[in-house]
Ligand binder design. Structure first.
Ligand code: HEC
Ligand code: HEC
Length: 380
């Protein structure tokens, strides 16, 4: 509704109310009715949110219809941590994406509000604004805005409906003002799931590396160096000749994100051999369930390895508990299938080399990211 019509309406109501009082009828007018759903008295003055990223990081592609603003990110943070988004007000996004777990829940598979277990491990949201080739382990969703709509109605996750959440948001004491400040809406009625999803996406894009990891400090700050064991690990990690760890084939260091965002089969699941029919045996078809192509069965997106020590257990099914197990997996070459990636093959590793690889992975630890006050629960 146009704000002029609203003010005329409000004036008429005041007039009527005062007439009534004059009559001595004692009727009082409800404040809520007067203010109706009008939010235009609240200042809307959006300030651009400046992303601060480590040196040589790529520029994040941000959709033109959802620029990041200080108030948008703040609203997204509230929504992300607010159990108002679940049917029985017991869970929020943060139940499965906790700052202390690099925005995972540190469970093999996530458990939703009804105590029902999903089939996949929660994913870290660190640098999630850079994962453009499709979100989730199987890439089935394109944008963070689309993704943010899904957990609310997911039967295993928050298990409610958006119309119910929208009603709760409109009735809330805090949200109408916050939506006004973030998106300039003029009335509570304009609060929609799409704006909520935009705000959550803005908050998620703010979850970037702090630049305080040892790896970043050694790259970006003069006088900070990796120690000899870490350096040996870095060389193994990036060594792409035969009989090699060659982690950088997929966990690319070039763009600093430690992923190429491709979908590959890295040999986690035993499908019983390399015959093409065996590809049907993947219990979780991954990308194949999205594309319908049997050669995509068992392919999952290469995850980033930043802050990886804090998001155990590992892989889409949470089947590996520690980084030591992960290193042993790659050294063994994993399980072969008709679509195994050629760059996952057995290579020998001494105990010293394992320790070196692990030491290098630990240079990606980013405690400052997890402890950043801007990322924490605003209700605590
Ligand atoms: C019950 C646990 C649970 C809840 C609640 C939950 N998530 Fe997740 N999240 C997961 C799991 C598990 C995955 C991986 C799912 C898959 O690949 O199918 C995931 C994946 C994601 C991803 C994809 C990350 C990437 O790199 O592709 C994003 C983004 C995300 N969640 C955001 C959210 C937001 C926002 C909310 C709240 C609206 C939320 N999640 C609520 C468990 C949860
Ligand atoms: C051929 C590409 C490829 C190569 C080479 C590769 N990875 Fe991976 N990596 C992946 C994929 C794909 C996944 C996810 C697989 C899944 O969940 O089923 C993954 C997962 C991981 C994970 C778990 C991440 C998480 O969030 O759960 C770690 C840790 C890891 N890789 C470390 C390494 C190390 C160390 C090396 C080198 C020894 C390496 N990777 C080599 C593609 C690769």
């Amino acid at each position: 509704m146009n704000k002029w019509i609203l003010s005329i309406l409000a004036l008429t109501m005041i007039f009527l109310a005062s007439c009534k009082d004059d009559d001595g009828g004692g009727g009082t007018i409800d404040d809520d009715m007067l203010s109706a759903d009008d939010l235009t008295d609240i200042t809307y003055d959006p300030q651009t949110y400046e992303l601060v990223v480590p040196c040589d990081f790529p520029e994040m592609e941000i959709p033109s219809d959802n620029p990041m603003t200080v108030d948008g990110v703040e609203l997204g943070r509230f929504l992300f941590y607010d159990p108002i988004l679940s049917a029985d007000s017991t869970m929020s996004c943060s139940s499965c994406h906790l700052p202390s777990g690099s925005f995972t829940d540190n469970e093999a598979v996530s458990i939703g509000i009804d105590g029902v277990a999903g089939t996949r491990s929660s994913m870290s949201l660190l640098n999630v604004g850079y994962f453009y080739t499709g979100l989730f382990w199987d890439g089935r969703v394109t944008t963070l805005e689309e993704q943010a709509l899904l957990p609310v109605e997911d039967e295993i996750e928050l298990h409610t409906t958006w119309p119910e959440v929208e009603v709760k948001l409109k009735r809330s004491e805090i949200y109408p003002t916050m939506f006004r400040k973030a998106f300039g809406i003029e009335s509570k009625e304009e609060i929609t799931k799409f704006l909520a999803a935009k705000a959550i996406a803005q908050f998620e894009r703010s979850l970037v590396s702090s630049g305080q990891s040892k790896f970043d400090q050694a790259r970006c700050e003069p006088g900070v160096f990796l120690d000899p064991l870490e350096l040996e690990g870095f060389e193994l990690f990036t060594f792409e000749e035969n009989e090699h760890p060659g982690c950088t084939h997929c966990h690319k260091t070039i763009a600093q994100l430690f992923t190429d965002n491709r979908f590959v089969n890295n040999g986690i699941t035993d499908v019983g051999g390399t015959a093409v029919e065996n590809l049907e045996n993947f219990p979780d078809k991954g990308l194949g369930a999205v594309t319908g192509n049997i050669f995509d069965n068992g392919k999952f997106r290469t995850p980033s390895l930043r802050n990886i020590a804090n998001s155990a257990p590992y892989m889409h099914d949470g089947s590996l508990n520690t980084l030591e197990e992960v290193i042993d997996h790659y050294s063994s070459g994993g399980f072969s299938a008709a679509n195994s990636d050629a760059n996952v093959m057995p290579f020998p590793l001494t105990d010293q080399e394992k320790a070196a690889l692990l030491a290098f992975l630990r240079t990606l630890d980013d405690d400052a990211f997890m402890n950043n006050p801007a990322h924490q629960n605003p209700f605590d």
